[in-house]
Every structure is written in C-alpha cells, then in structure tokens.
Design a protein around this ligand. Structure first.
Ligand SMILES: [Zn+2]
Length: 361
C-alpha cells in the first residue's frame, strides 16, 4: 500500500483565503488552489490560519518565496505551535512555502526560472509564473493587514540575521526594531517584490533575512521566532509575557555588494557581522596555481551583512554585502524605540481596527 500524504487528510481545499469564513478560536489548515500542472493536477498552497477568539488585524507570515530559502519554514511551524487561539487577538496566517515548484526542485526560482520576488503582483492572464504570482497575491497575501516575508541568503552566500525595512516609515521601522535582528538595513521597498507590493497596498511589510540557504539553523530560527512573538505581543495580538531581549540591532542607512573585477579562487576574510574599517583587506583572490592575483579592500567603513562562501569566483562575483552605518539621529522612528525594562518598546504599535476590510482581489 502506497503511503498517504497530507492531501489524503481531508484538509479543506478552497479557492481563496477568506479570513471572515474561518472559525473563531481555533487553528485551521487550508489548501488554496492556485494553478494546475500539465496532467491537470491542482497545485494548492498550504496555509495555516489561527483566528483568535477576539477581533483584530490579520498578520501574515510567508516563507520560501525563493524555494531554497528554508529557515522560515520551522519559524512558522514553531510560531503556530506556540499560539493559543483562545488568547489570540486577530488572525495569524502562516504560509510555510510560497514557491512550491522551487522548493521541491531545491531552487530559488519558479519552474520557468523566473524569480517570483521580481514580478509581484503578477499578471491575471500572463505566463505560468505571472499567473502563479497573481493568484498568490490575490487569493492569499491580499488578505493580510501586515506582512513578514521570511528569506535567507542565496546559493554560495551566507547572511547574518537581518531585516530589510523602510526606516523612514514609522510602522515598518517599529516592526523592524521589535523583531530585534542583528542588523536592520534601511531599504525602501522596490517595485515588484512581495514586500513592495504589500506596502503599496497598505499592508506594512518587512523582509526578514534568516541566515543561510538550503539549511535549518536552530539558533537563527529561535531568535526570529522570539522576535515575531515580541512583535505580535506589542501589537496586542498575543498576551504580554516576558521576552528575552537580544542586544539592539546595528542600523544601516544603505548597503551594497562588493564584486570581484577579475576571476580566480576567492578567500573572504571578515566574519558575518564584523565591523570593517575603510581600506581594510576584505578578500584575496588566487589563480589556479595558487598565486595571489588580486586584493580587495573595503571602499568605506561598515558592517558585513552577508558574504560569499563560494571560492570559485569569476569576474563580477559577489564578495561581501557591506552595510553603511546610519548616522545617529538619521532614523528617529527606529532609534527612539529601544525596549524598556519589561522588554517591550515604550509606545504601542497602533493596532488596526477589526473592521478594516481585507484586500482580496
Ligand atoms: Zn529570498
């Protein structure tokens, strides 16, 4: 007998996420139909929703929009496990994988090699990836009032735990600070990312970059989880309880990747999170005979947000992702909200009114 899968477990299959139809005070597993494959089989996206007994905002947490970025998956599983629907205010919606074809193929992109995080919100009558993206946004993510989109570094690179957020916007600055990552990078959302689309639609959104691709990293998973719990507590969705408070994040006002300008085997010196001085030696490149061919130096003082771990580096390969430290006072919305004695920020993050309609298309 061929063993059964979750598809045999009578999980409710729906055409779209409709929060108002979810039963209150419990956890619901759904499969939201998106597209069909060439055999006519439905591809349905797994959604775990917890609708609290009390009304409140819809907070969405999404993972694996890039199919090889996996650390967000245990974060959403553990977050859902830790929540009691009876005490939750509002609705928490977790999507453990947004890019199903990418996940099963161990690849960043969608089946047609498209990066889904460059084509949001998709096209209703477009090609394969465009329609998939359109239905993701219109059938699932459009129901959210807030979004945390969980990513990691890409193949051949590693990341600190850092948050991308628009620090000039008060709500996203607060979300980023409450998340308490190692580094926060001021990064106004660009068009066609999921974060950019959600923000433009009125749902404040942050991207959490959780370490490295292709792996589960328990420490970074735990720290992301406790940050999300602190954020949901501050929004009054979860009941207040003591949280360990990690050290304050390093704020960066901008960043850029430093690239190689010739080919060879690359050795990258600084550790993740390390502060480097302007002119510091950050990498050396050797030819296949082992002879040093190039040294790379930091163009400005900053912090190492991410770095290459792939030694085979042609001309134009990435070396380090160098954050430029924010000048004090540059981001008042972020800096003025250091946690107080009880581990929480001073002011409340204004909760959304429960009557606020979803944005289902
Ligand atoms: Zn990603």
């Amino acid at each position: 007998m061929f063993s059964s899968s979750y598809l045999d477990r009578n999980i409710l299959c729906v055409d779209a996420l409709n929060v108002e139809e979810l039963p209150k005070g419990c956890k619901t597993r759904l499969l939201v139909g998106l597209v069909h494959d060439g055999l006519g089989r439905a591809m349905r996206i797994p959604v775990i929703a917890v609708r609290g007994a009390r009304p409140g905002p819809v907070f969405g947490i999404t993972a694996a929009l890039h199919g090889n970025e996996l650390n967000g998956i245990p974060v959403v599983h553990r977050l859902i496990d830790s929540i009691s629907p009876e005490t939750l205010r509002g609705t928490l919606v977790a999507v453990p994988v947004l890019n199903i074809p990418g996940l099963v193929r161990h690849e960043r992109e969608f089946r047609d090699s498209t990066d889904l995080n460059h084509i949001m919100p998709g096209v209703a009558d477009g090609n394969e990836s465009q329609v998939y993206a359109y239905r993701l946004t219109s059938r699932v993510v459009g129901a959210f009032n807030y979004l945390a989109d969980l990513h990691t570094a890409s193949f051949g690179r590693i990341n600190t735990l850092y948050v991308r957020a628009d620090l000039d916007e008060p709500t996203t600055a607060r979300m980023a600070m409450l998340q308490r990552p190692t580094i926060i990078l001021h990064n106004p959302p660009r068009d066609h990312t999921l974060r950019g689309w959600a923000s433009a639609e009125g749902a404040p959104a942050i991207t959490i970059e959780i370490g490295d691709p292709h792996v589960f990293q328990p420490k970074k998973v735990r720290r992301t989880l406790s940050g999300l719990r602190a954020l949901l507590t501050q929004m009054k969705m979860l009941p207040r309880r003591a949280h360990p408070t990690p050290p304050p994040p390093v704020l960066c006002e901008a960043s850029r990747w430093i690239y190689t300008d010739r080919g060879g085997l690359l050795r990258v010196n600084p550790e993740l999170g390390e502060l480097v001085e302007e002119g510091a030696l950050v990498a050396q490149q050797f030819d296949i005979f082992g002879d040093l061919v190039r040294e790379y130096r930091a163009p400005y003082a900053g912090v190492v947000i991410g770095k290459s771990v792939d030694p085979v580096s042609p001309t134009g390969a990435r070396i380090i992702h160098l954050g430029r430290l924010a000048t004090p006072g540059r981001f008042p919305h972020a800096e003025s909200h250091a946690p107080s004695e009880d581990g929480m920020a001073g002011d409340e993050l204004a909760p959304m009114e429960p009557e606020t309609p979803g944005r289902d298309g």
